[in-house]
Design a protein around this ligand. Structure first.
Ligand code: SAM
Ligand code: DTB
Ligand code: SF4
Length: 359
């Protein structure tokens, strides 16, 4: 398939660093220009997160509250019941989220967990929402079965540059991450892949992460840029803050080199004021996590996000606008089912001769 000239997969580190080095106003202008080529500049997609299995993770990610390697005081929780997950998804939908993201603290899902997560996907999807999961590494078969159950997106972050990766995680390799991303793509799911800023990495590492993302065979449809949430008890619990302008610059560069993707202003918004978040939107962020909780840490109140949206003239992107055909179809089917269940529904094809007709 041919792609527009600005959808490139051959970015060099030097070119990306040159974008980072631009005067701030020039960088913001380029980012806005790229943003407006492919997106409504005043619409933001909103997703809600739920941790479906919490803590006791065998991986040693130095930033994570859920790693079993550190004592963070987090309360562990087994895989949630399907019913509970669906209830949370319904509540998120009622608050205006168009996508529901379910995360598990696993290195990879065990075979015995799969039937449960597949059923979660089916049921959340039948609410008419887009579905996303992040369950750790997937093999080809697991990716295939998630896709068949109706999973739209799989979140799997590269987190940082290949060079810095080993300073953050030692229990898996960069190549492990790339392999799962390839399995997800091959199965036909959309990819949500990004990283974390503020882990003590250099600007070169930030550029290196973005280069990896932009040079994947296809750009991830969703690119979450997280700001480290410092968790007491983890090795990164006392890391120095990243300069807020450097964070905004990284969003802008992501926007320029992956112009079609949704760039998500992800974790860390609790520690950003309205002005910084507004700059991120101006730099091309057009997606957020919405709702009071991320996986284990706090996120701004939904009402305060809506207040800021109102002040900025931003509106939440509706699912219909994203033209997700399958989600549409699922929503339509659900509406038909709901209507059937309603006592006002008259099914002419199956009506008995004695039933009274409804006009
Ligand atoms: N266990 C799965 C995995 O790592 O792929 C999925 C869950 S994991 C918590 C999802 C992502 O959340 C991580 O890849 C990381 O980028 C992000 N994350 C985790 N803890 C974070 C923190 N303290 N601050 C910012 N982002 C964080
Ligand atoms: C992503 O990039 N950020 C989300 C989601 N993908 C799964 C997770 C953020 C987690 C922040 C820390 C926590 O709440 O535990
Ligand atoms: Fe486990 Fe994911 Fe946390 Fe790493 S980021 S410790 S894999 S839950």
């Amino acid at each position: 398939m041919t792609q527009p000239n600005d959808i490139r997969h051959d970015w060099t580190l030097k070119q990306i660093q040159a974008l980072f080095d631009l005067p701030f106003n020039d960088l913001m202008f380029q980012a806005q220009t790229a943003h407006r080529q492919y997106h409504d500049a005043n619409a933001v997609q909103i997703s809600t997160l739920l941790s479906i299995k919490t803590g006791a993770c065998p991986e040693d990610c130095k930033y994570c509250s859920q790693s079993g390697h550190y004592n963070t005081g987090l309360e562990k929780e087994k895989l949630l019941e399907i019913e509970r997950v669906v209830k949370e998804a319904q509540a998120a939908k009622e608050k205006g989220a168009s996508r529901f993201c379910m995360g598990a603290a696993w290195r990879s899902p065990r075979e015995k967990d799969m039937p449960y997560v597949l059923e979660m996907v089916r049921q959340v999807k039948s609410l008419g929402m887009e579905t996303c999961m992040t369950l750790g590494m997937l093999d080809k078969d697991q990716a295939e079965s998630l896709r068949e159950a109706g999973l739209d997106y799989y979140n799997h972050n590269l987190d940082t540059s290949p060079e810095y990766y080993n300073s953050i995680i030692t229990t898996r390799t960069y190549q492990d991450r790339l392999d799962t991303l390839a399995n997800v793509r091959e199965a036909g799911m959309k990819v949500c892949c990004g990283g974390i800023l503020g882990m003590g990495e250099s600007r070169q590492d930030r550029a290196g992460l973005l280069m990896q993302l932009a040079n994947l065979p296809d750009h991830p449809e969703s690119v979450p840029i997280n700001m480290l949430v410092k968790i007491a008890g983890t090795p990164l619990g006392e890391t120095d803050d990243i300069d807020p302008f450097e964070f905004v610059r990284t969003i802008a560069v992501a926007r320029i080199i992956m112009p079609k993707s949704y760039v998500r202003l992800s974790a860390g918004r609790e520690d950003m004021n309205d002005q910084m978040q507004s700059l991120c939107y101006l730099a091309g962020a057009n997606s957020i996590f919405y709702g009071e909780k991320l996986l284990t840490t706090a996120n701004p109140e939904a009402s305060s996000d809506m207040k800021l949206f109102n002040r900025l003239g931003i509106r939440p992107l509706e699912l219909r606008e994203e033209a997700s055909d399958e989600a549409h179809e699922a929503a339509l089917q659900q509406a038909i089912e709901d209507q059937k269940r309603s006592h006002l529904f008259h099914d002419a094809a199956n009506a008995s001769t004695t039933s009274s007709s409804v006009n």
